[in-house]
Design a protein around this ligand. Structure first.
Ligand code: NAD
Length: 527
């Protein structure tokens, strides 16, 4: 099997290096590895060659009910929310250490499951272990968050303070583009703050989440704190978002499903955080260093075959520099290496599935019919190894205007549209004319000028002369229909907490209680 090339056999990941032994995963509920109640299973498919790599339980509403009951019990009666931050930190830290140790194996697993190149999944695996370690550190600080409030209404008699507490049972739903990291972004802050969770990975890429269940089990998380269930998004999503015992829903995925989740969660007024889609404007100013801006724009839009929410998918070029920029970019795009995601020389792997390839190819047809001009690519990539996979040629459209569907909707494939601008004001107006507001970028040799443009862009993250760089210390999230709430930083942690206010009167006397005369004492008559 070509896929097994160079992979290390480990006991934990049995199918690797052993052609006929496909790993059979189970869901993880209440500290037990279990099949779906209905016994159904699906295979997870490698998009590089269409081979099944793992057998996955196809759960349903009955499994959601079991998992939520376990998480509820663990929250209401278990040790996890009652542990100190240090104790939680220690267990999270142990899990992070295992992730670090198994970084290489997990990168390969993620490549097999998602089609991400090994360079991408290697970086993800490194970051995932680092990020979980960071959330473990945040758990320690969470203890110290009792905040006194200054300037009391009744100075000298009473004092107020606030304290942050865990929210309860958190349902977490994640997408297929960064399956491993998205699981960590969800589990990390929820666990650091003492919540219990039920996490559901995307149907196309369930492997790493189910693998993580083994890690949390191995390091000794109490039963019911982490529950991982797999199955179709519609059925499981509906059951999770309407369940009366779920306190919060955290979702990463498309804006369309995000809207549905918000509507369903409204029935029980759950707390909701949503990390949704984007259509990032990538503005190249006329003073930008051309070499860096061209390479940077390829990185901004074709990384992971364009399947990144915060990609720069609307490239805005000054009318004067447009032709030269496009010509050089096309040359580089045509030279990109497509192939086996496990080969470190591969720059573009397959998209996540045959269905996603079909959707991307449909968008290319839409672009052509709308009158955009193909500068390169424009179809399925075939030949040799590529024939069995879901490969799309890196595609560049010029002559795009901001009203076209290819400029307004997420394509989620290696397809970029170029929009010409006459003035920086035009570029900013186009950039902001979108339902999305997740990311944007500005390339310029004048940082002050770029900062001024950034200040006028309505997006949650803006890069200047860079793209895709995120720090677990900096909040990440969307303006407008790109999302609700933030991940990372203190803001991300607080999204998993309830704020409790304590009003304490320490005067130990009834004197001067403002309510005494009003309600309790016999009212004085005027007579
Ligand atoms: P998707 O919305 O189709 O699915 C996301 C998750 O929701 C999956 O687990 C899916 O099974 C589940 N789901 C599907 N229908 C559901 C329903 N009715 N109720 C509840 N859950 C349901 O998204 P995708 O195709 O997996 O991922 C790509 C999308 O994710 C893109 O739109 C991308 O921009 C977005 N994304 C956003 C961020 C971010 O941080 N803002 C990060 C990564 C991906």
């Amino acid at each position: 099997m070509a896929l097994a090339r160079g992979l290390r056999y480990t006991k934990r990941i049995r199918f690797i290096g052993a052609e006929s032994v496909m790993e059979t995963y189970k869901m993880y509920i209440d500290g037990e590895f279990v099949d779906a109640e209905n016994g159904d299973r699906n295979d997870s498919i490698n998009p590089f060659n269409g081979e099944a790599i793992a057998s996955i339980p196809r759960g349903g509403a009955a499994d959601v009910n079991k998992a939520v009951a376990a998480a509820r019990k663990a929250f209401d009666h278990g040790p996890w929310p009652r542990m100190t931050g240090e104790e939680r930190s220690e267990l999270i830290g142990k899990a992070a250490a295992l992730l670090k140790e198994r970084m290489k194996d997990y990168a390969k697993l993620e490549s097999l499951d998602s089609g991400g190149t090994i360079n991408k999944t290697g970086a993800d695996a490194f970051l995932a272990s680092r990020q979980l370690a960071f959330f473990g550190e945040q758990a320690k600080r969470f203890n110290e968050e009792a905040e006194p409030i200054d300037g009391m209404m009744r100075e000298g008699r009473s004092f107020n303070y606030t304290i942050r507490e865990p929210m309860g049972v958190c349902a977490q739903i994640i997408p297929w583009n960064f399956p491993y990291m998205m699981a960590i972004w969800k589990l990390g802050p929820a666990l650091a703050t003492g919540n219990t969770v039920v996490l559901k990975p995307a149907s196309d890429t369930p492997v790493m989440a189910l693998e993580l269940a083994r890690v949390f089990d191995e390091v000794g998380f109490p039963p019911g704190v982490v529950n991982i269930i797999s199955g179709p998004g519609g059925v499981i999503g509906e059951a999770l978002t309407t369940h009366p015992d779920v306190d919060k829903v955290a979702f990463t995925g498309s804006t369309e499903v995000g809207r549905e989740i918000m509507a369903k969660a409204a029935g029980t007024l759950k707390k909701v955080t949503l990390e949704c889609g984007g259509k990032g404007a990538n503005i190249v100013l006329d003073d930008a260093d051309l070499d860096i801006a061209i390479d940077g724009s390829i990185w901004a839009s074709y990384y992971h075959q364009g399947q990144v929410c915060e990609s720069g998918t609307r490239l805005m070029l000054d009318a004067n520099g447009h032709d030269d920029f496009v010509e050089q970019m096309v040359e580089k795009l045509n030279a990109m290496t497509m192939g086996d995601p496990l080969d470190p020389a591969t720059q573009l792997g397959p998209v996540v599935s045959q269905a996603q390839m079909k959707s991307v190819l449909e968008y290319i047809e839409i672009g052509k019919n709308e009158g955009a001009l193909l500068a390169c690519g424009g179809g399925q990539a075939t030949g040799g190894d590529l024939d069995k996979g879901a490969f799309v040629q890196p595609t560049l459209f010029t002559g795009v205007n901001n009203q076209m569907r290819i400029a307004r909707e997420e394509i989620f494939g290696p397809v970029l549209g170029v929009l010409k601008y006459d003035s920086v004001d035009d570029a900013i107006e186009m950039a902001n004319d979108s339902i999305f507001g997740l990311s944007a970028g500005v390339w310029s040799s004048d940082i002050d000028k770029a900062k001024n443009v950034a200040s006028r862009l309505r997006s949650g993250t803006i890069w200047i002369n860079e793209w895709h760089m995120l720090s677990e210390r900096s909040p990440f999230g969307g303006y407008k229909q790109s999302g609700v709430g933030r991940e990372f930083g203190d803001e991300g942690l607080h999204e998993y907490t309830e704020m409790k206010t304590l009003y304490v009167d320490d005067a130990k006397t009834r004197d001067n209680k403002p309510w005494y005369d009003m309600v309790v004492a016999r009212p004085k008559s005027d007579a």
